[in-house]
Design a protein around this ligand. Sequence first.
Ligand code: NDP
Length: 234
Amino acid sequence: MARTVLVTGGNRGIGLAIARAFAAQGDRVAVTHRTGTAPEGLFGVVCDITDPTSVDSAFSKVEAELGPVEVLVANAGITDDTLLLRMTDDQFTRVVDTNLTGTFRCAKRASSKMLRAKWGRMIFISSVVGLYGSPGQVNYAASKAGLIGIARSITRELGSRNITANVVAPGFVETDMTADLSDDRKKAYREAIPLGRFATPDEVAEVVTWLAGDAAGYISGAVIPVDGGLGMGH
Ligand code: NDP
């Protein structure tokens, strides 16, 4: 059954792969993009998830065009790395406001229509870093760990209404976010990953579409790693 899906940050990287995977299985897909234009063939709405008014208006546009959002994929996220001693309040707050509070804003806006429909799927894109930690990423790790608390609380609040909330925790994925890593660091990371390589965005997208489907209807509050074994045991 075709669903209405909204992917935040769906104009590039992992979000675009997720949006294309839903579209390929026949769903009605909208993506948010903060900058630039919408990817070809997908319905795009401009949205900055740090701005509640922008989130509300993006959802309203999607509802008018494709119907209420039944599957929310909260994927938009940023990094701003530096060591703890050097991290400013602004660096911490900006990353948390985007990755964690931005996801809260989208989940809250999606929940009212999901409650009315008595059906909904929320999938939050976290990171192995939220479980495992990472030097220089206190802000990012805090924001990504927080998503687990959100998903589990939503599960307890809304689970009885057939609304599930799950977390996908990718390891290293080949996107713009990891493109700036030096060759030496990439090599070191590859050596630490049991599968010996970074993931492709499509490998994350496969798991997300599966989680939104009927086969995963009894899974909620789970953290699904897609990390080549990097975070095993965390
Ligand atoms: P990219 O940097 O390639 O893309 C980030 C996306 O988030 C872009 O679409 C960007 O929009 C959007 N975005 C950023 N800030 C905002 C904002 N304030 N409002 C709306 N949209 C915003 O990232 P990836 O595809 O690599 O990552 C996607 C998600 O996966 C992120 O949450 C990231 O933390 C997570 N992740 C990534 C990993 C990796 O190795 N790449 C590993 C683990 C998790 P715009 O194009 O307009 O800037």
